[in-house]
Design a binder for this molecule. Structure first.
Ligand SMILES: [Mn+2]
Length: 487
């Protein structure tokens, strides 16, 4: 990637080299005098190449000059030859490289991995959600599911059950090199605290909403490229029934098919996205069609979501550099890196992000990469970055976004339980998903203010310090000897 200032630097440098004048100190370094003669002795084409690519190759002009210092013209020419060799050898070569990865199209089960079971072969039953718990109060028995919810298998189950939220696993992890995200769905199904009452608001999404576990989407974990198209079809299938797809990844490659599938149903550019992540995931120009570092670029480039409706929260670490921020600004995107949180405090940043999310379109998709949280909360993720959000920062913004917007989709990605020998990562991931379910349930019950908190669980006329209770409750008799061995 060329730095946009480079042509200016280059022409100024060449001018200085030929005219022998010193360069302005604040713009570029002075070409060391001992280098001038050796560089002048280079063939024009090689000297120009060195002046064009040398800075990017060495890191800075100063570092380049250090590497060239004391070398003869012949040695510098060999240095330039090596640079040119690397550049050319890195490119696609039709004589030695495969332009595409061949598949065995003779395979009898080529499409078998993603074929839906024909209804004639499926167990006959009435369509609708299936409650898998044989315990009267639900409990932890039966078969574990997302949010302790009943199960649905086919779109007609979603329609028959008037399902509002269908949580579906997408165990894809070929888009990352630190794998194990394919185990994210099963970790979240077996985790603690993934359903029930939200104490902050005293709203219970499990009671207010019709939620189902929609199983896992089939993934060909030998190919992200093949898998994402199938994910897109399945996400669209859920959205077409009117249910909100909640996708549990899986790596962040999923953001592309999740957004594209929603655009197939709701229309391109009809909804906003809030992308929680320590990385901006808008990499481009890589050999692979999709990875967990490229979904944002692809979703914006293909027009599924407008840049002006795309908001990034929690960016930090070394990626992207200046070009990435320029790319986001050129596309009208908004971003709130942790540097901004350091500057203004979380509350102000959160309020900005909430205000931006309300602009434009009412419909919203949330993409939550668990690595936006500090590694203290989620060690189980492939690319953790220190200095992230706390759970006490993340819960209120997710709950508020899901209350104040017409949610059309939600994904939680990059949970890798293999990297965490505790249950904390899955626990926190479930809490984030529950915060959004709570927000959707709040909206359904008529609460439109995302900052709403229940008076019962916060104040509710409790006696202030030094005051007695307004009325005496029924004091419970407690046996102080309970559980002690009898003498
Ligand atoms: Mn990501």
């Amino acid at each position: 990637m060329k730095h946009p200032l480079k042509p200016v630097l280059l022409s100024a440098l060449l001018l200085c080299m030929t005219a022998g004048v010193s360069m302005a100190e604040d713009e570029m370094p002075e070409l060391p005098a001992e280098l001038q003669a050796t560089l002048d002795a280079l063939p024009d084409e090689k000297r120009e190449y060195l002046m064009e690519e040398g800075e990017g190759f060495a890191g800075t002009w100063e570092k380049l000059f250090v590497r060239l210092r004391g070398k003869t013209s012949t040695e510098i020419e060999a240095f330039v030859d090596a640079m040119q060799y690397l550049e050319n050898a890195s490119k696609f070569n039709p004589e030695t490289d495969m332009a595409s990865i061949p598949l065995n199209t003779e395979a009898k089960d080529f499409n078998g991995w993603k074929l839906m079971n024909p209804r004639a072969l499926a167990t006959q039953r009435e369509p609708g959600p299936i409650n898998l718990s044989y315990y009267a109060q639900g409990g932890r028995g039966g078969i574990q599911t997302f949010a302790n919810a009943p199960v649905a298998i086919y779109p007609e189950d979603l329609v028959a059950g008037d399902v509002e939220v269908a949580i579906v696993g997408a165990p894809l992890d070929m888009g990352t090199y630190y794998r194990g995200q394919k185990f994210g769905p099963q970790a979240m199904r077996t985790g603690y605290y993934h359903g029930g009452n939200d104490m902050a608001t005293m709203v219970n999404p499990s009671k207010v909403l019709s939620i189902v576990d929609y199983g896992d989407i089939a993934i060909d974990n030998m190919s992200s490229e093949l898998s994402v198209h199938h994910v897109r079809e399945r996400v669209a299938e859920i959205a077409r029934t009117g249910a909100i797809p909640f996708i549990v990844g899986g790596d962040h490659s999923l953001e592309y098919p999740d957004i594209a599938g929603l655009a197939d149903v709701h229309g391109k550019g009809s909804f906003g996205v809030v992308h929680f992540d320590s990385h901006f995931d808008a990499g481009k120009g890589q050999a692979h069609y999709i990875t967990h570092g490229q979904p944002v670029y692809r979703a914006i480039k293909e027009g599924h979501v407008k840049g002006e409706n795309f908001i990034q929260v929690g960016l930090r670490g070394p990626w992207p550099g200046a070009w990435g921020f320029e790319w986001m600004r050129n596309n009208g995107m908004r971003y709130h890196p942790m540097a901004e949180v350091e500057k203004k405090g979380w509350k102000a940043v959160m309020e900005d992000a909430l205000r931006e999310a309300r602009e434009g379109t009412e419909k919203l998709f949330i993409s939550f990469d668990v690595d936006v949280l500090d590694p203290a909360f989620v060690p189980g993720t492939g690319t953790p970055v220190p200095g992230g959000l706390t759970m006490r920062e993340a819960i209120p913004i997710v709950r508020a976004l899901c209350t104040e917007s017409e949610m059309i989709g939600f994904e939680i990605v990059e949970l890798d339980p293999l990297l965490d020998n505790t249950y904390r990562s899955a626990l926190n991931a479930n809490y984030i998903m529950h915060a959004c379910l709570t927000g959707i349930a709040m909206r359904k019950t008529g609460i439109t203010d995302g900052s709403y908190l229940s008076e019962l669980s916060t104040e509710d006329n409790q006696p202030r310090a030094g005051k007695r209770a307004l009325k005496d409750g029924d004091a419970e008799e407690i046996d102080p000897d309970y559980g002690r061995p009898q003498r």
